[in-house]
Design a protein. Structure first.
Length: 139
């Protein structure tokens, strides 16, 4: 059985080393986007939206305690809360369940691990990060 590989995802104006807490999830107007709303730990006024412009192809949201086997794949000293997952078992499950009709599509698996919540998203696009204070796009 293959092991998943977690690669930290960075963008130019944002460090995923930032410690954040989960606030909420929301869908954009007419279901056009999926937002994960987080805030800096200890500073709830500093909010960030992790926005997927298109609705995800698949989403899985679980408590970390329900992912104990998966935790073994996460590197020691792990501090990045946004990751791209390679050799994804979630993607394998999705492909298998859809009879491999999407196997050649260029999808990405993001794992967003915030506090005790583990959010897996399969999508065709990279997320956009928006700082709520000034609605400035960070990525």
């Amino acid at each position: 059985m293959k092991n998943e590989i977690y690669e930290p995802w960075f963008c130019e104006n944002f460090s995923s080393h930032l410690r954040v807490s989960l606030e909420s999830f929301s869908y954009g107007l007419l279901g056009s986007s999926f937002d994960i709303n987080v805030y800096e730990k200890g500073n709830p006024d500093k909010k960030i939206i992790i926005r997927f412009e298109e609705l995800p192809i698949a989403t899985r949201i679980t408590n970390e305690s329900q992912r104990l086997v998966s935790l073994e794949s996460v590197p020691q000293g792990f501090s990045h809360f946004i990751n791209i997952v390679h050799e994804s078992k979630f993607m394998d499950w999705l492909n298998n369940d859809s009879l491999d009709i999407y196997r050649n599509d260029l999808w990405l698996h993001f794992a967003i691990i915030v506090d005790d919540e583990w959010i897996d998203i399969i999508t065709a696009d990279y997320p956009e990060l928006v700082r709520c204070a000034d609605n400035r796009r960070m990525c």
